[in-house]
Design a protein around this ligand. Structure first.
Ligand code: FES
Length: 153
């Protein structure tokens, strides 16, 4: 009697290829769906407690310097423009919501997205921004620079 049994290589090889393709498809699907879900359900942002935040310590800022701080779920911009003179604004550009920055060379607030400019009072002075930046109040409380939203009277 002749041994005609062929070793069963085919199904095993086929199974390996199926597993490889299946796991590749799964990984591809996850790589497409995960960013979409993260976009639709953003991570929780810590609420820093209402209308007040400690933006910096008194010694943190040099003269003619600025610092971005977190105010709730938005960025704020704290400026030191004189000896003991601070100003704070929302750092969200009123054009398309880019984050603005302080230009120490120009002494103005600048939005890099479309070259929008604001003066040191937060007024839009050039470029596409349609409105001034929201202005905040700054108080020195001990060693802390406390920024709060302006309350309407
Ligand atoms: S987003 Fe700031 S100028 Fe356009």
């Amino acid at each position: 009697m002749e041994n005609t049994a062929v070793p069963e290589v085919g199904p095993t090889r086929r199974r390996v290829v199926e597993l490889f393709l299946g796991s590749s498809m799964f990984a591809s699907l996850v790589s497409f769906v995960y960013p979409l879900l993260r976009y639709l359900v953003p991570p929780p942002v810590a609420d820093l407690g209402g209308d007040e935040v400690i933006a910096a310590k008194v010694g943190d800022l040099k003269l003619n310097a600025a610092k971005i701080f977190r105010f709730g779920n938005r960025p704020g911009l704290l400026l030191r423009i004189g000896e003991g003179e601070y100003r704070a604004f929302s750092a969200t550009c009123t054009h398309l919501s880019c984050t603005v920055q302080y230009r120490t060379d120009l002494h103005e607030i600048w939005c890099a997205c479309h070259n929008g400019m604001y003066d040191l009072n937060g007024r839009n002075v050039s470029g596409p921004p349609p409105r001034p930046l929201e202005k905040y109040q700054v108080h020195v409380r001990g060693e802390d620079l406390v920024v709060s939203r302006k309350r309407e009277a």
